[in-house]
Design a protein around this ligand. Sequence first.
Ligand code: ADP
Ligand code: MG
Length: 414
Amino acid sequence: MIKLKIIVQKYGGTSVSTPEKRELIIDRVVEARKKGFQVAVVVSAMGRNGDPYATDTLKSLVLQEYPDVPVRELDLIMSCGEIISATVLAASLGNKGIVSRALTGLQAGFVTDGCYSEAEVVDCRPEKVLDSLDKGEVPVITGFQGMDSSGELNTLGRGGSDTTAVILGAALKAEMVEIYTDVSGIMTADPVILKEARVIEQITYGEVCQLAYEGAKVIHPRAVEVAMRNNINVVVRSPGDSAPGTLITGESSMLDGSYSTRGRRAVTGIAHSVNLVQFLIEFDNPDSLKELEIFQQIGEANVNIDLIGVFPNVKAFTVKEEHCAKVEEILRSLGLTYRIETDCAKVSVVGVGMHSIPGVMAKVVRALNQQNIKILQSGDSNITISLLVKKNDLNRAVKVLHDTFNLDNIQNVD
Ligand code: ADP
Ligand code: MG
């Protein structure tokens, strides 16, 4: 018997939410099967917060009355949304004569590390999925969940269904993982804040990972890491779109075997994140022991700091707004004087070509200066430059950087 190639399709919350939208999913499944693929589907919970079966709604059902509910029980209720949507989608497929089987994360063989609400998948043994595929069915697997070695249910944290899909793709040795969402692909910026944002046709794992870590929630960074490690092609697109969406691949596929890096784009996309607070701690007399103590205590309090600037008389860093009070408490207990800048946002330009193209930072600074946008702090890594600005300036900053790097033009080479 000829073994068919496997494709994994993941459908996000908005894509499974109504009968009309589920029709589009059925079309995509049928299309892939016509092309000769076996299709395994991964689903998220239906809709967004406020919708009856969305994860946040289910969670608040218990939290509203019982705020001290144990994390174990919270994970249990949070995993129900995916079970509901997998069952409904399997029924929709069945109704169209496509034999389908809904499987929970546990049934699909996802083994997690026991960390409630933020679990990592340590193994995937998809025998039941393979069995279903071998029978000619379409297995529909719940995203975002697995079972640890002691039989406890764990959820994977926000965006976890993306990770489920890619891990399943790796375990099934799939040809491709398709992530279906409410936008037409990975775009040059979040279309919610920049209407000129354009779909990127092809992008490297490294760039998407960086965009995702810097705030582009279109795909979870952990999912991209798994895809990169297992060399799986991932496509991001919209179920109602005939357009091909974005192909995420390794850098070697991007360069098309060419030896030259000339003509590459410096910047591929722009990400942003909001609700940040900047801390500035001034030292009249540098005190290295106290400096060490600051960073140590903040780390022990499980607070992530970003954009760290360490100069002899001033230390600067940013934290998420929700961690501000905790950091203030630590600084006060150390007897330090500090300033805080609230309502900050971070804008990050990302591009694999930037490290071989000089002058990118100068271009960024000039562009923001010309718009009178104050740069509160900056930071950079190999393929990313991040700028901290006031939240009020964020949309203008994204727009001017998008224009500066010609991102609305498909041939945006520097
Ligand atoms: P899903 O429920 O399908 O997982 P998400 O809401 O997690 O969908 O992700 C899709 C959203 O990501 C889009 O609606 C868009 O606003 C946002 N987004 C942020 N940055 C980008 C980007 N660079 N490209 C595309 N979408 C982006
Ligand atoms: Mg998502």
